[in-house]
Design a protein around this ligand. Structure first.
Ligand SMILES: [Zn+2]
Ligand SMILES: [Zn+2]
Length: 119
């Protein structure tokens, strides 16, 4: 989340909505932390008084959605991988199915007006 900008309009940061998460073992102390934006807190680092990087780094996002509120595009996260494809390489049928199956967890604005596809 610290590194992900919208591939189309370059806006940063993106908003993350998590549908499914797993806990992973953080064996050693986290030496590298988020530098600008922490997706776990949903805040810029400068606005966080004490960073909880051990918790942040122990969350593996299995499924979710990344939203760019600047251009109203959305990107699915499936099997831990964010799919940040340009509009013309996306599969409309897959995208619509994704929106349908997570409709209750996706903000309405994106569900009905999001790009490149919406319900
Ligand atoms: Zn973080
Ligand atoms: Zn964007």
């Amino acid at each position: 989340m610290d590194l992900l900008a919208c591939p189309i309009c370059k806006a940063f940061p993106l908003s993350l909505y998590v549908f499914e998460v797993s806990e992973i073992e953080v064996s050693r102390n986290v030496s590298k932390t988020c530098e600008e934006y922490c997706g776990f807190e949903g805040k810029f680092i400068k606005d966080i008084s004490s960073l909880k990087c051990n918790i942040c780094f122990s969350k593996e996002i299995i499924k979710g959605i990344l939203i760019c509120y600047h251009c109203e595009r959305w990107y699915p996260v499936v099997d831990e991988i964010p799919h940040m494809l340009p509009d013309d390489l996306r599969n409309k049928d897959d995208d619509i199915l994704f929106l349908r199956s997570h409709a209750s967890e996706i903000p309405e604005r994106i569900l009905y007006q999001g790009k490149p596809f919406h319900l």
